[in-house]
Design a protein around this ligand. Structure first.
Ligand SMILES: C[S@@+](CC[C@H](N)C(=O)[O-])C[C@H]1O[C@@H](n2cnc3c(N)ncnc32)[C@H](O)[C@@H]1O
Ligand code: SF4
Length: 404
């Protein structure tokens, strides 16, 4: 053991809540800003083959989690709403077969407003979906065009109306701001139009240029940083009337926070099934936290064995950063005991560094809680840099087994 490095203690580590992420990798058309593991669908959707691959994946990974209850399921993408309700129903049936779903399990499906024909939401609800996340992005026709979106603002409005009619009022709208050529008034108009559709939740992201995307190769002219900050403040004033900000980009009505994302941000566990899906599983009895990564390319994923999943043990030296990268996103922060229970490390492993951040006004430690200040939320990256393991080489991950 190298002096100065934290060590995980099996006796501290506890088993956290468990979620299930299901990745659906296809989209009608790849958006120029998107770096998710998603692919333009060029032929017929391989619905049957993909669902069968997901079933095999769940069966194979069920051995890792025994009888632990699943508290939330999230169908993300890509565009899960390309799959009809029957296909989503088959995946959920398999999930019920291989896992124990909590009675109040939150089941979210991401939907693109351009892919939801009439009646689809009722179908999703009938097979068990109880929350939807709709990719609105903007309500401005010119912006939707620049973003390469396949839908109009009218289609987003119609989708929201259908969600309410289908009894799925617990829905999120994804919006982006800081769009090419956008001004503050334009960003505020988008928020107002989103709020007029009475969502339960709003995710409000600043458009970023991600490496490897079309926008990174040929960057559009984006607003200056000062303008983007002004947009955020002006939009916040609109959103805060009915919603509470509980994470950097997430706002919810009372009781409508996304439980699935909250579990990620609280350093909970999740199984990741589907092409390129990531998972994190705590083995408290062995004193280990393991990250999993499935085959990224959909055809290879479908053709391969689910056992080819890559497993990587998280090194103790990486845990403070990994925990804080999630927990410090939360406006309410976290209970300090969770740090030890979910990393197996003594609180003292991070306390001195956190005290230095508190002295700079970036976070507050009060009783059993630690939370970022508004300044800290704004400068999260700066805070995290100070929590990085001191040497990436020494803190390197240990690979347990790798598939091809
Ligand atoms: C997987 S997508 C959501 C569902 C669906 N595929 C859609 O786009 O309608 C997740 C969300 O991340 C956001 N997003 C994706 N790329 C982004 C980027 N480069 N900058 C900011 N937000 C981004 C978008 O708001 C998007 O809706
Ligand atoms: S933003 Fe959504 S629809 Fe667009 S490519 Fe990414 S995952 Fe697909």
């Amino acid at each position: 053991m190298l002096s100065g490095w934290p060590s995980m203690q099996r006796s501290l580590l506890q088993t956290p809540p468990l979620s299930l992420y299901v990745h659906m990798p296809w989209c009608v058309r790849k958006c120029p800003y998107c770096d998710f593991n998603s692919y333009t669908l060029r032929e017929t959707l391989p619905e049957t083959q993909y669902v069968a691959a997901l079933e095999r994946d769940m069966e194979s990974q069920s051995a890792d989690v025994g009888g632990r209850p699943i508290v939330s399921i999230f169908f993300g993408g890509g565009t899960p709403s390309l799959f009809p309700p029957e296909a989503i129903g088959r995946v959920l049936e398999a999930a019920r077969h291989h896992f124990d779903l909590a009675a109040d399990c939150e089941i979210t499906l991401e939907a693109n407003p351009g892919t939801v024909e009439r009646g689809r939401f009722t179908g999703y609800r009938e097979v068990g979906v109880n929350r939807v996340s709709l990719g609105a992005q903007s309500f401005d026709a010119a912006q939707l065009e620049k973003l390469g979106r396949i839908h109009s603002a009218g289609e987003t409005t119609r989708a929201a109306e259908e969600l309410h009619a289908a009894g799925l009022s617990n829905f999120n709208l994804d919006l982006m701001y800081g769009l090419p050529g956008q001004d503050v008034a334009g960003a505020v108009r988008d928020v107002q139009q989103a709020l007029a559709l009475s969502p339960a939740h709003l995710s409000h992201y600043q458009l970023t240029l991600e490496p490897g995307t079309q926008f990174a190769a040929k960057p559009p002219a984006l607003p200056e940083d000062d303008t983007a900050s002004e947009m955020l403040s002006a939009c916040y004033a609109e959103i805060a009337a009915d919603f509470t900000q509980y994470e950097i980009s997430a706002y919810a009505r009372a009781g409508r926070q996304c439980r699935h994302n909250l579990n990620y941000w609280s350093f909970g566990d999740y199984l990741g099934v589907g092409a390129g899906a990531h998972g994190k599983i705590t083995f408290a009895d062995r004193g280990e936290i393991v990250r999993t990564t499935q085959q990224r390319e959909p055809r290879r994923y479908q053709a391969g064995s689910p056992a080819a999943i890559a497993r990587t043990r998280v090194a103790a030296a990486d845990l403070p950063f990994e925990f804080m990268m999630n927990a410090l996103r939360l406006a309410e922060g976290f209970e300090t005991r969770f740090f030890s229970e979910r990393t197996g490390l003594e609180w003292e492993a991070v306390q001195p560094k956190l005290e230095r951040l508190a002295a700079r006004g970036l976070l507050v430690m009060e009783g059993s809680m630690c939370h970022p200040t508004p300044l800290g939320l704004r400068f999260l990256n700066e805070m995290l840099v100070s929590l990085l393991p001191e040497s990436a080489g020494l803190a390197g991950k240990q690979t347990l087994s790798t598939g091809s």
